[in-house]
Design a protein around this ligand. Structure first.
Ligand code: AMP
Ligand code: ZN
Ligand code: ZN
Length: 424
């Protein structure tokens, strides 16, 4: 059977819950409140650098952090949005989860390029996301945005009609990403699904905010506009917590970010055409890092120019990228890879205009790339601490599996890293 719905399922929630309320809700007897099972809510605040919490504009996050667990979290490399969101929900780093960049190529699909709008499961099928594991185990899930959550995971493209996908699993409720849907609407949609009768209420929910990342890119991490965006999202978190409380819904909240943000500047640009001859290569991605393909037959000339020491940047053959990045084996990673020093961008040539604002994608150990992590809820042990030597975002996956009550797949995530956070 061909299946690919074009209707954002989450947008039908209001109608569905109204109908369900009229027909199958079994209210608790008068005077007896329903005992609700805790829901796990995974919240991503895109680009929320770990130290943004210290700006004094996040009273709601501060309450959750002080009553729960808070620590900087190490993202996966490269510190980009799609690779990291996929790492968090699959437990596999980009090199294994297949989403090695926000934009990528694959020799098996020579006429296509993956972009943040690609929902063909071909690109995503390397690693199973936790909502698929949960749905298969009979645990209902809902995603109020998350990269990859609109993908019929595990499905395959029809060979004669590429727009059709056979099979695949999505969250029971999901929505097509749309930046125009406000933070208030996103929070209300999450609260709405949790108002449903128990038999159609999700036990795992995701929620995603993009405005802190956008402000960080446009104005830079230190700009007042970015601080305002941080304060606005904090208010949305406050509304979510208040809404949960009002309906008596216990929740285990895991609030995190995919990466941090560093300032960029006209003074910190590396122009690739001053290092190698553009006739010898093609750039796949540029910015905090550049991924490069040699023009066939020009490999030696390119290597002679690229692999020698350069100021503020280092380049490698993909197989020689240092092991600490855990990056370089996936077929989608181009043959040559250059990484800028944090804050330095690699561009095809020197840009004509001013370069300002912020970016991310640099070394996952750079302080500016460290991400928010807060956990709070009945499942967490009081006074628990994250490991003193830090933890990686892939370690969140086995924690989520335990919170939801499903068996995690073997992954790059260390189940022991965050197991001490859970109350026994
Ligand atoms: P980046 O280029 O790494 O900063 O990506 C951040 C941007 O990704 C956000 O500003 C969103 O516009 C976009 N984005 C986030 N989630 C999704 C999604 N599920 N589908 C498409 N685009 C998304
Ligand atoms: Zn991001
Ligand atoms: Zn970004």
């Amino acid at each position: 059977m061909l299946s690919r719905t074009l209707v954002p399922a989450f947008l039908a929630i209001g109608a569905l819950s109204a109908c369900a309320t009229a027909t199958i809700e079994r209210p608790a007897p008068v005077g007896q409140a329903e005992q609700r099972a805790p829901v796990t809510i995974l919240i991503s605040i895109d680009g929320f650098r770990a130290d943004y919490l210290q700006r004094g504009v996040t009273p709601n996050l501060a309450v959750l952090a002080s009553g729960g667990i808070e620590a900087p979290m190490r993202p996966s490399f490269p510190t980009k949005t799609f690779p990291n969101h996929w790492a968090i929900v699959t437990g596999d780093r980009p090199d294994r989860n297949g989403i090695i960049a926000n934009s990528m190529e694959d020799d098996s699909r020579p006429d296509e390029k993956f972009t943040m709008a690609s929902d063909d499961p071909y690109w995503w099928n390397d690693a199973e996301p936790i909502w698929v594991t949960a749905e298969k185990a009979g645990v209902r899930t809902a995603t109020m945005f998350w990269p990859g959550s609109n993908v019929p995971w595990g499905g395959s493209q029809d060979k004669d009609w590429p727009r059709a996908i056979h099979g695949g699993t999505r969250p029971s409720d999901w929505a097509q990403f749309n930046q125009q849907i406000s933070g208030t609407q996103r929070v209300n949609m999450v609260l709405d699904v949790l108002r449903r009768p128990a038999d159609i209420r999700p036990r795992f929910v995701t929620l995603y905010f993009d405005t802190v990342d956008t402000a960080g890119h446009v104005k830079g991490p230190d700009a007042p506009e970015t601080t305002q965006a941080i304060a606005d999202v904090d208010a949305h978190i406050g509304d979510l917590v208040a809404g949960l409380k009002a309906m008596g819904q216990p929740a285990n909240l895991v609030i995190l970010a995919d990466h941090g943000m560093a300032a960029r500047s006209t003074d910190r640009i590396i122009a690739l055409d001053t290092i190698a001859n553009p006739a010898d290569y093609r750039i796949v991605e540029s910015g905090p890092y550049a991924s490069i393909v040699a023009v066939p037959g020009h490999e030696r000339k390119l290597e002679a120019a690229l692999l020698k020491p350069a100021a503020h940047m280092q380049c490698w053959r993909k197989a020689e990228i240092p092991a600490r990045f855990h990056y370089g084996t996936h077929r989608r990673i181009p043959p040559y890879f250059c990484l800028g020093e944090t804050g330095w961008e690699i561009q095809a040539s020197m840009p004509k205009g001013t370069v300002s604002g912020g970016n991310h994608g640099w070394d996952d150990r750079a302080p500016e790339m460290q991400a928010l992590f807060i956990a709070k809820g009945p499942a967490f042990a009081k006074g628990a601490k994250t490991p003193a030597d830090g933890f990686a975002n892939v370690d969140v996956y086995p924690l989520l599996a335990r919170l939801i009550g499903v068996s995690p797949r073997a992954s790059d995530g260390d189940p022991a890293a965050l197991s001490g956070l859970l109350a026994r």
